[in-house]
Ligand binder design. Structure first.
Ligand SMILES: Cc1ncc(COP(=O)(O)O)c(C=O)c1O
Length: 399
């Protein structure tokens, strides 16, 4: 059987490839602590489940292709509460931010087209772009500059006749970088001047520790034709299994094209949208602050614990719940296999995500890992302690 060259340009997720080794470690009786997956342990708000159990229609029908009416209204109101004015027609409900990305890429990319993406980046971007025949052109960043990317010098030399879009995660996964207002302005200016889509993946929008007011590229109304926001309830409400996201754009041409795909896949899950609408409608503003403060405690615990490991290099993350760390080892993938197969401390070991999959050139991530700090501060501290002991044992074994 023949498979498409497009699918062969896609890779399995680097976050999941250690799973069989993890299972083997668990079978040996080890407790495996996780710093590798962005699955928060914060409880999903009860209102999500309550709204679904109140649902009383006798037939679970298809929802309208653009989304359940209540969900669209609730999303619009949520944006309004942040000070961003969008109409219901500017929103298309999707199966998480993931489908939102796939839809947008399918609408804008042809074979050979390019998307500029600050590197390191969320690995699934490669899949969503490569499957269309397009490709990522990385915006190079430096660990020692905290992975900042928003300057003309870094971006403009990469723009050519194949460039269609800039795709960025703000707040950043895997870097924790949050753009300043000036940097956002610059990104919008570049997109406008070069007639590019500016796809702003804002699924971590509220998780910002800088004290700045919550931001969105939708603020830059003069770039309405360029800006496309990717949104999701997954991380905002710790509801990754709800599979509810959205494409948000004031570019009506784009939304009309995207509607073809939304109609083609008929709708996204009705009940999940009902639950998501309730979370937007019923949770008080304090919900977002409390969640942010909980992540801040986790971040602080992680930074304190990491600072105790000799030879690690990192910048304190400004947002989201990830960071890239440079480790004093030759190869972080080998380190991860070692941690699962040969290391333990008091019956425990730890998983991180080797960073090679976050770069177009895997070599650039060889001595780096991504850490996700999604569990309580005590667990984060112990997991980082295990990482430090693991590094020591790995380097001692290698001599
Ligand atoms: C940067 C980024 N974008 C999009 C997604 C997709 O999330 P979902 O499809 O659950 O909304 C994730 C998930 O981890 C992510 O980290």
């Amino acid at each position: 059987m023949k498979f498409s060259s497009k699918i062969q340009r896609c890779e399995l997720s680097p976050v999941r490839k250690f799973y069989p080794y993890e299972m083997a470690a668990v079978e040996k009786g080890l407790k495996v602590r996780h710093l590798n997956i962005g699955q928060p342990d914060i409880e999903t708000p009860r209102v999500f489940f309550e709204a679904i159990s109140r649902f009383s229609d006798s037939v679970l029908e298809y929802a309208p292709a653009p989304g359940v009416s209540d969900f669209l209204t609730a999303t619009q109101k949520y944006y309004e509460s942040l000070g961003f004015h969008i109409s219901r027609d500017d929103i298309l409900a999707t199966y998480g931010g993931s489908e939102a990305l796939q839809i947008v890429m399918s609408c804008i990319l042809d074979e050979g087209d390019e998307v500029l993406v600050p590197e390191p980046f969320y690995p699934n971007y490669t899949t969503f772009i490569n499957i269309t025949g397009g490709k990522i052109r990385p915006i190079q960043t430096k660990a020692e500059e905290g992975y900042r990317f928003a300057t003309r010098e870094q971006i403009e030399p990469l723009i050519n006749e194949h460039t269609r879009a800039i795709l960025m995660t703000n707040p950043g996964n895997p870097t924790g970088v949050v753009l300043t207002r000036e940097e956002m302005r610059l990104m919008a200016d570049i997109a406008k001047e070069h007639d590019l889509f500016l796809i702003s993946d804002e699924v971590y929008r509220e998780i910002v520790y800088t004290g700045e007011k919550v931001s969105s590229m939708l603020e830059l109304e003069d770039a309405a034709e360029n800006v496309v926001v990717i949104d999701s309830v997954s991380k905002r409400f710790s509801a990754t299994g709800a599979r509810v996201g959205a494409v948000i754009s004031r570019n009506h041409e784009l939304m009309n094209e995207a509607m073809k795909l939304c109609q083609g896949r008929l709708c996204t899950a009705t009940l999940d949208q009902v639950g998501a609408a309730a979370m937007y409608n019923e949770l008080p503003a304090s919900y977002y602050t409390e969640v942010r403060e909980e992540y801040r405690r986790r971040r602080d615990a992680m930074v304190t614990a990491l600072s105790k490991i000799p030879g690690v290099e990192f910048r304190c993350p400004e947002g989201a719940f990830y960071l890239m760390v440079t480790l004093p080892v030759d190869d972080t993938e080998k380190l991860q296999y070692f941690l699962l197969e040969e290391f333990q401390d008091n019956g425990e070991t730890v998983m991180v995500t080797p960073a090679d999959g976050f770069f177009t050139d895997p070599q650039l991530g060889r001595n780096k890992v991504r850490i996700a700090y999604v569990t309580n501060p005590e667990d984060v501290t112990r997991a980082i302690e295990l990482l430090g002991l693991g590094i020591q044992a790995y380097n001692a074994r290698k001599g």
